[in-house]
Design a protein around this ligand. Structure first.
Ligand SMILES: [Zn+2]
Length: 318
């Protein structure tokens, strides 16, 4: 009798592979609470790689989260903006995705590592949902814990490797937006995951010298490795060049795609270098740089946010 051999080990060496970003992301509705978006949108980029987006009806930040499967463990990067599993069932969603993957690729034990692109609240609020999960490590999103867990010996200058089991990620320290920000390069997909440091939206930079150094390091990484997509954790740009949605927008019709290119990353690096000595808001085609606290720009954003809200009320009244 011939028994079909089940391929237990996934070969992640032939990379980067193609995947699909043919997806229409949920982006809220004119009346957030009546919006029909699911709480979490799940998109399979390839059989071993998932992108999730939190609904704007649950939290206006609507961050993107990433789940990468290796032969020995999966990495969940970020846990979203909401702690309560009622409106935001992240744990059950991830458990389902892990169970699906294990059904296709059975093994005796499998670990989940929950880590963060950085430690801001909209990327770690769901951590407690994983507190009692078996075979799970939740890496605290502070600098000491991140350095210790990933084994950084020369933060932020030397990158480290993190092995999911045949799928070996390269992790770069990219402080600037947050002291414990990391970028993750995945050779399997060719992705560079940049957190909130580079994304199609507002690049909020409290520590500008660290930010420009981090952009230099990321550009250097893209020169040494094949990068297919640069993926941040939010979309905030409208389809109009240099124009972002209001702060806290719960409806983003016509938002641009999530993915940026290596050229966009280099443009961000060049732009940051050019405005390093000029605090304030600087608009570019694909992103807006906020150098420092930018108090002068706030009244305009408040007016726009109020107008958006009034417009939404008007729509509801009709
Ligand atoms: Zn964020």
């Amino acid at each position: 009798m011939i028994i079909d051999e089940v391929p237990m080990t996934v070969d992640f060496s032939a990379a980067p592979v193609g995947g699909s970003l043919d997806v229409r992301w949920i982006h809220g509705g004119p009346v957030a609470k009546r919006c029909a978006d699911p709480p979490i949108q799940v998109h399979r980029y390839d059989p071993h790689t998932v992108i999730m987006r939190q609904s704007k009806a649950v939290h206006f930040e609507a961050p993107f989260l990433f789940l990468l499967f290796g032969n020995e463990r999966a990495l969940l990067l970020d846990t979203g903006a909401t702690a309560d599993p009622g409106p935001f069932p992240l744990r059950s969603t991830v458990d389902g995705l892990v169970a699906d993957w294990l059904a296709e690729h059975p093994r005796e034990s499998y670990e989940l590592v929950v880590a963060h692109t950085h430690g801001h609240g909209d990327h770690k609020a769901g951590d407690p949902q994983f507190g009692d999960r078996p075979h799970t490590t939740v890496v605290a999103p502070d600098l000491d814990a991140v350095r210790a867990y990933f084994g950084f010996t020369d933060w932020p200058d030397r990158n480290v490797h993190f092995d999911l089991g045949g799928r070996v990620l390269e992790i770069a320290a990219i402080p600037g937006h947050h002291p414990a920000s990391i970028a993750t390069y995945d050779p399997w997909t060719g992705w560079l995951l940049t957190g909130d440091t580079v994304l199609p939206g507002r690049l909020l930079v409290p520590d500008f010298p660290a930010f420009t150094d981090s952009l230099d390091r990321m550009v250097a990484l893209t020169r040494a490795r094949p990068v297919t997509h640069v993926l941040g954790c939010h979309v905030e740009m409208t389809g109009r060049s240099g124009r972002d949605f209001p702060f806290a927008a719960t409806y983003q019709p016509g938002e641009v795609p999530l993915q940026l290119t290596v050229a966009d990353l280099a443009a961000a690096r060049d732009a940051a270098a050019a405005v390093a000595a000029r605090p304030g808001v600087h608009r570019y085609d694909r992103f807006v740089i906020f150098n420092g606290r930018c108090r002068g720009a706030m009244p305009g954003y408040v007016v726009r946010a109020l107008w958006a809200r009034l417009t939404n009320r008007f729509r509801r009244a009709r």
